[in-house]
Structure formats: C-alpha cells, structure tokens
Design a binder for this molecule. Sequence first.
Ligand SMILES: *Cc1c(COP(=O)(O)O)cnc(C)c1O
Length: 352
Amino acid sequence: MVSFYPGPSRVHDEVPRWTAEAAKKGILSMNHRSMEFMHLAEDTVLRLRQKLNVPRTYTVFFVSSATECWEIIAQSFVQRRSVHCYNGAFGEKWYQYTNKLRPGAQALRFNLQQPLDVEDLVLDRDDVLCITQNETSNGSSVAPSTLHAIRTKYRAPLIAVDATSSMAGIELNFTKADLWFASVQKCFGLPAGLALLICSPRSLERAEAIGERDHYNSVLFMREMMRSWQTTHTPNVLGIYLLNRALHKMRVIAETGAITKERAKAWFNFVESLPALQPLIANKNVRSSTVITLSCETTYLEKLKAAAKRKGFLLGNGYGEYKTTTLRIANFPVITDREINSLKRFLKGFKA
Ligand SMILES: *Cc1c(COP(=O)(O)O)cnc(C)c1O
C-alpha cells in the first residue's frame, strides 16, 4: 500500500533500516543526559540549519507534537491576547486550544479562496499573531508575500506560524516570523511523536519578560536545558535519531521546494484532464503545494477511494466540513515519481 495520506504520511524507505541501526547502536535506550545524546541533538540542530535554512540566531526545541506547540505558545508567549487568522479546521483548533488557556483570543476568519488581507488586521504591540501557513484540512496556504507584508507592517507583535504540513516540503523564510513549528509525520516523512519549535531571539526575550514557569514545557525551562543540548523531559530519542538520519540524506530545501512546486503544478494540470475532480482551491495564489485537495461528488468519492485501496493507494479523506466532498493527496518529498505516476494512471483509468 502506498500512502498518499497527508499525515501521518508515507515514511522514508530507510526508516526500517535506520531503526534497526538505532537498536544496534544502543540508541533505543540512550540516556538523554549523556554526551551521546547531546551530540545527537546538537548535530540535528546543525543539519536543520544547513538543510532548511533555519537562521543561526533562532533556537530549535524538540517537542512532541504540533498540538503541544499550540499550548506552549499560549502558555509562554501570549501575555494578553492572541489573534488567529484562519480559514480551516487546524487554524480553528489552534484558536480554540489557545482560548482555553488564554481567554480572549481573537478569531479572524478569512475566505479560503482569497489571500489573507493584511488591511483587515489590527494588532497591538504585545499581541501574538497566529497563522496556519499550510491549512492541511482544505489545501489552502498563506503565500510568502503575505507573511512579508505582515512583518513589514507590524514589527512589534510576535508572529507564530503553524507550518506542520509545509516545513521540509517548501522553502520557508524563517526571518519573516518569530515562532515556527511542525511535527515530523508530514513533509519530513518520519513516524509521528516528534515536533520542532523554532524561536526567534525576540520571541525568547518576550518570553523572558512574561516569565512563565508553570509547566514542564515552559519555553524558559526548555531554553535552559537546550543550552546544553538537552530537554526538560525524556524526549523521543529514536525520533530525533531518525530525523538526524533523514536530514543527512535530505537535499537543501531550495531544491526540494522547487521539486515540490513543480510536482504540485503537474498535479493540478493533470487534474484538469479529469472531469469528475476539481481543485477545492480555485485561486492558484493560495493553493497549497504540499496538500492537493480535490472536490468531487460524494458517491464518486466513495467508489474512487474504495477502488484506489484495492489497487494499493491510500488516498486522504476530506477533513472536517469537507469530509464527504473532497479527497486529499499528499505531495510530500519522500513520495517517488513512480508512485505519483502510477496513482495518476489509476485516476485516469477510473470509471465510477
Ligand atoms: C497535522 C497538523 C497539526 C497537528 O499535528 P500533531 O503533530 O498531531 O499535533 C497541526 N496543524 C497542522 C496544520 C497540521 O497539519
């Protein structure tokens, strides 16, 4: 079965080999206070900088999920108010999680067919603006030019970006925001249970001014530990090892991102030849390159998914309000051209 699910998604072919190697080397029971672990953590952060262009001045933290990042940001970085711009289910969940911890969070919904309009934003100096760069539920995305425009207009507020289904798939300009996060079971092509939280120097200054120290994952505690390449709790050492191996093998993100964009373009061109399927996001400027979301009739969709499964393709269900009217196809780096071509052949030949 080839998984085109947009997370948890198809993993690197080498994951079984890397895992066996980890067992042999004693990584599975490695002490997280040992020199070996500290070297592993340090090297992994170094590779993230090299391969994904994470700025030297930004601090990387190993955490367990993107959901945890929503909570860490609410706890450690929101002093008074967060403002959430979203058009889909993940952005909405982020808003809801934050509002429970820091009541008074603001929701600013925008149309999924339109770019986020910077004119609609009114931010105070101490706000945290929360943006879902790639909305995995509907296949829309926030363009780099939008992030750039927000950063240009608003220097003081912190900008937090959920890049869970785009980091390691497309090139991100980390300098345009303060807090970035992603879990590894999407574009990284790795098993779930590990996420990265990447923080700008000024975001950590803000955290220091807030001084929140009530949680094991308060960012101030995490920073203290990370100074010696450690974590506040026993982390997912195997996950970090697999990430390290994957990063060593990975191309630089400029190359990967260009391939992802080309493949996305090819997907949408191909879909034009299929009368039963249409891109959910009509506006090309806000279409995701990593999560191809297609709409179709519900009965057609059911037959298509069942037939795909018999042929060995796992297609992504629609999500939330689009559950029965869309399908999602992951366009993640570890999926091979051969797999994409065979799925296209199947879609071309399918008759409901
Ligand atoms: C998958 C996903 C999440 C949740 O990730 P977890 O690692 O399961 O917490 C959050 N945001 C977006 C945009 C996602 O795609």
